[in-house]
Design a protein around this ligand. Structure first.
Ligand code: PBG
Length: 329
């Protein structure tokens, strides 16, 4: 494309006036794009702040319902639920129990706010005694025996009222097995949001404090992706789509925007990005020191996600972003 050069062309002409800047702005964001992750725990009237994530809490079901009502009023229409159960076991079977913590939460929120989109994370790490995302065989997470526990968890969550199933475990073949299990149980209307390009990342540190899911030994590099690999991320996405994913995710967010952009260009499917706990913690810490302007950093990041091509943004800042978009902050 040939363009006239300076001084005929001056790109600053379109920046001098704020109303005009609005006219030519390329990217928009609304509360319809936001998903708020929430941590639900056992007990009553529990609102326990997560030290490394100021402003984020472990909530008991009653408090979670109050939170969801407040979010709904702010036009946040989707939440992602993580559970912290009272008891764990070797395989994470508790994750599939009818009265499991997320199952109770789903029923309670659905009863009060039927329109809210309830996304249930599917993974065993919050439910296993060792904190890994699946069943351990010979010192490593065994792929194929883990699939059955994930499918059982997904069906149990769908029965309790989940609107979207979001597997985050990174086992090969999980989308296929979960799709089959959902369909066999009549849940053919429930979409799958696959954490497809999920990397073994130090950015998840605060989450593991929040969800009490740090691995007791080793790390997650035998199942989560190597952060050096972008082509492989596209393969993961391709496989998940072939297995039946309705939406795919790139995670973490800010350091992986190249992959959001690639995924959006290559695949004709909604792309989600997860602005993870470590990204939140870093900005919060700097903001608390007065070193950065939190609101401006947050909005700049949100527009960066959208500019890269994300359709959905999972972010602990969803509420703050909504307040800003609604003109309340
Ligand atoms: C569960 C899961 C994790 C996150 C989302 N789902 C932790 C992990 O994989 O160790 C991280 C979210 C965050 O850091 O905000 N597997």
């Amino acid at each position: 494309m040939i363009q006239p050069q300076f001084p005929i062309t001056r790109l600053r002409r379109m920046r001098y006036n704020s109303t005009f800047r609005e006219l030519v702005s390329e990217t928009t964001i609304s509360t319809n794009d936001l998903v708020m992750p929430l941590f639900v725990t056992f007990g009553g009237k529990v609102k326990h702040e997560i030290i490394s994530m100021p402003g984020q809490y472990r909530l008991s079901v009653d408090e979670l319902v109050l939170k969801c009502k407040a979010l709904w009023q702010k036009k946040i229409k989707a939440v992602l639920l993580f559970g912290i159960p009272e008891e764990k076991d070797e395989h994470g079977h508790v994750a599939a129990s009818e009265h499991g913590i997320v199952q109770e939460a789903l029923r309670a929120v659905k009863a009060e706010i039927p329109g809210m989109v309830l996304i249930a994370d599917v993974c065993n790490c919050e439910y296993t005694t060792h904190g890994h995302c699946g069943t351990i065989v010979n010192g490593d997470v065994d792929n194929d025996s883990t699939l059955a526990t994930l499918a059982a968890q997904a069906v149990s969550l769908a029965k309790a009222g989940a609107d979207v199933i979001a597997p985050s475990d990174m086992m090969d073949g999980r989308v296929k097995i979960i799709r089959q299990a959902l369909d066999n149980n009549g849940f053919y209307k429930i979409p799958i949001l696959a954490y497809s390009a999920k990397f073994a990342s130090a950015f998840y540190g605060p989450f593991r404090e929040a969800a009490d899911s740090a691995p007791a030994f080793g790390d997650r590099r035998s199942y989560q992706m190597d952060f050096r690999n972008g082509n492989e991320a596209m393969r993961e996405i391709e496989h998940d789509i072939a297995e039946g994913a309705d939406m795919i995710m790139v995670k973490p967010g800010l350091a992986y925007l190249d992959l959001v952009a690639r995924a959006k260009t290559i695949f004709n499917i909604p792309v989600a990005v997860y602005n993870v706990s470590g990204e939140y913690a870093m900005v919060k810490a700097a903001a608390q020191n007065g070193w950065i302007d939190e609101k401006r950093i947050v909005m700049e990041s949100m527009f960066a996600f959208k500019r890269a091509g994300a359709d959905l943004i999972l972010t602990y800042w969803a509420e703050l972003v909504a307040d800003i978009l609604n003109g309340e902050k």
